[in-house]
Design a protein around this ligand. Structure first.
Ligand SMILES: Cc1cc2nc3c(=O)[nH]c(=O)nc-3n(C[C@H](O)[C@H](O)[C@H](O)COP(=O)(O)OP(=O)(O)OC[C@H]3O[C@@H](n4cnc5c(N)ncnc54)[C@H](O)[C@@H]3O)c2cc1C
Length: 590
């Protein structure tokens, strides 16, 4: 119930061309193999148990399954927390795309376990970019070897989507540090005994800060102050746990800072830049969230596929003889349709996420300045899409996986209902769905005078142009080109409306726009992948398995273009029509 090795090889080596030489490919493959083994041995076997045994509090301590602690130790010992960090920070210096591919294996196996790693890597990455020399020196290596865990403390009870309204206060002390007071809500991994300490990265205001997001700063607040070899509790107290629908192994907490004892934190970077730091880091965190959504969708698809091959039910549409043997579910056209939709969604989403991870690599380390800048700009534009589209269609895939298994899919005997519950989170955390729609249509399309949107159009148009000459792809490329034209036209209309001051109407269907742009983006990824598969299929010496694998790519692309892409045309039509019934209905009419 995982992501097949050949799938990740195709994405990393055939599509992204991540390995420049056979030796590098061998090294990367060895890392992937080790990750797959670890996921299979220490993550997957405990996913059901971690779902059943929710974290609980005993004598003030959070109790988690012991299997989690063992898995995290193996993950850290295997170097999987440090894969893409620079060697100077104790990392392995490998590509972020490779690290994300490993992450997809862990998330498919047991996303609740893997989240402790994701958050810790995110927090360590933030310190790499914005921490002081002393902060980096003190924390990063220990975070990457699994001794110290990280959290992100943004949300408060009254401030979820609206971070401008956070009230946690950081008052300066005479020693240059800050005294924190306030309450944080929904904090993942906020309290546990997995490591020797927890680094909370906390958004707070200083007493003289301007109102709104411009007055938010970022503070590093350890669970324990480490002074002269002693660990002193730092006034971070657990108010309680949130009891979640899924993703249960990852303990979710409400925390109080400075309620009982003084809580001391250090400023990260400069004052009032806190939200900007968080958002810069969140591009990578959001790629990880999208990746989890794709991976959970993939896990469901793999299981449904296996189930459909094994369970026999009914007879074919052309054979009604009750004396003949029943056929496997996978032989029914409607079941095949559901399986192919899942395949097209989860493979397309996974490819998009690895493409984005590669943009992180290029933006960090290309020797060409324009390549770095373009990669960063395209990544910024793609981030709300890469987070939200997999959240929507990974979940849809999980829904169809349950459908494929019928009644059994609806029971707790199969893992499918758990995967569905796990995946439901991805539209909520790291910015809710509607917030990303507003981010894309209200902000990103106009960013840099529309340059990022233009770059997205040009990047896709390049693939369209190079696919036009391939007979099997000509019609798909034409359709994608038509949709790029529609996207340009509806985006222009929305921007004109906004400029005319009718902002509410202009943006009221922003989430639908996000969905349409996401479908076009994944359509582009499928066009690219199908082109690569068609070229490879010209090789007569391919094994039967490899030929079937590549045909799977071509036909999944065809299915996506026939059954998914036309939806984007209708959605862009809704956006351009400024349909506003929901706005006009008085509240009492709902
Ligand atoms: C399991 C879980 C783990 C989490 N982990 C963390 C964590 O580690 N750290 C952390 O800081 N936070 C965390 N969060 C918080 C998460 O980021 C918030 O739940 C999210 O930002 C939404 O905030 P909210 O729940 O207060 O919903 P609200 O802000 O009340 O939003 C509710 C709905 O209204 C919509 N909405 C709100 N405002 C607008 C608007 N201006 N325009 C259009 N639509 C709007 C939203 O899209 C959403 O659909 C976690 C949440 C969950 C459920």
């Amino acid at each position: 119930m995982s992501i097949p090795p050949r799938e990740l090889q195709f994405d990393l080596f055939d599509v992204l061309k991540l390995a420049e030489s056979p030796a590098t490919r061998e090294t990367f493959q060895a890392v992937l193999d080790a990750a797959a083994r670890l996921a299979e041995e220490q993550f997957a076997p405990h996913a059901a148990l971690a779902d059943r045994q929710e974290p609980y509090v005993q004598q003030g301590r959070v109790v988690l399954p012991v299997e989690l602690s063992n898995a995290m130790r193996s993950l850290a010992d295997g170097g999987f927390l440090a894969t893409s960090f620079a060697e100077e920070h104790g990392g392995l210096g490998l590509p972020f795309a490779l690290s994300q591919a490993c992450g997809s294996l862990f998330a498919a196996a047991n996303v609740g376990f893997h989240s402790y790693a994701m958050l810790t890597q995110g927090a360590a990455n933030l310190l790499v970019h914005f921490g002081s020399e002393a902060q980096r020196h003190r924390w990063i290596a220990r975070m990457l070897d699994g001794r110290v865990y990280g959290t992100m403390c943004l949300s408060e009870p009254q401030a979820g989507s609206s971070l401008a309204d956070i009230t946690t206060m950081a008052s300066p002390r005479s020693d240059g540090r800050y005294s924190l007071r306030g309450r944080k809500m929904w904090i993942s991994g906020g309290e546990h005994e997995l490591g020797e300490n927890i680094v909370h990265l906390v958004l707070a205001r200083t007493p003289d800060a301007p109102p709104g997001v411009k007055g938010i700063s970022l503070f590093l607040v350890p669970r324990y102050r480490e002074e002269e070899g002693a660990r002193i509790p730092n006034g971070v107290s657990l108010i309680g746990l949130n009891h979640k629908m899924g993703w249960r192994a990852h303990v979710n907490t409400a925390l109080a800072f400075g309620d009982t004892d003084e809580c001391i934190g250090e400023l990260v970077g400069t004052l009032h830049q806190g939200l900007a730091y968080m958002f810069m880091m969140m591009n990578e965190a959001r790629v990880s969230v999208g990746l989890s959504a794709a991976a959970i969708g993939f896990a469901g698809y793999s299981y449904a596929l296996q189930y459909a091959r094994e369970r026999r039910q009914g007879r074919s549409l052309v054979n009604r003889d009750p004396r003949s043997a029943q056929i496997a579910l996978i032989e029914h056209p409607d079941v095949r349709r559901m399986l192919l939709s899942q395949k097209a969604w989860v493979e397309g989403a996974l490819d998009l996420l690895l493409y984005c991870a590669n943009l992180v690599d290029v933006s960090r380390s290309s020797s060409v300045a324009t390549a770095r800048d373009e990669a960063a700009m395209l990544l910024d534009f793609l981030t709300p899409i890469a987070k939200s589209w997999p959240a929507e269609f990974g979940l849809e895939a999980n829904k169809l996986a349950i459908q494929v298994a019928g009644g059994a899919g609806y029971t707790r005997d199969l893992p499918l209902e758990r995967l569905y519950r796990d995946n439901r989170l991805n539209h909520i955390h790291e910015g809710a769905w509607g917030i990303h729609g507003l981010d894309l249509l209200g902000r990103k399309v106009a960013l840099h005078g529309g340059a990022a949107f233009d770059l997205w159009c040009r990047t896709i148009t390049r693939t369209i142009d190079s696919s036009m000459g391939t007979a099997e792809l000509h019609e798909s490329a034409r359709l994608l080109g038509e949709l790029i034209g529609l996207a340009r036209a509806s985006t222009r209309l929305v921007m004109e409306r906004q400029r005319a001051g009718d902002v509410e109407r202009a943006l009221s269907n922003a989430t639908i726009y996000l969905d349409a742009i996401g479908t076009i983006t994944v359509g582009w990824r499928w066009l690219d992948r199908a082109g690569i598969a068609i070229t490879r299929l010209c090789d007569d010496s391919l094994s039967q398995d490899e030929r079937a694998f590549l045909q799977g790519k071509v036909l999944a692309a065809q299915h996506f273009f026939a059954q998914d892409l036309p939806r984007a045309r209708a959605q862009l039509g809704i956006v351009a029509s400024f349909d506003d019934a929901a706005l006009r209905l008085p509240e009492s009419g709902f």
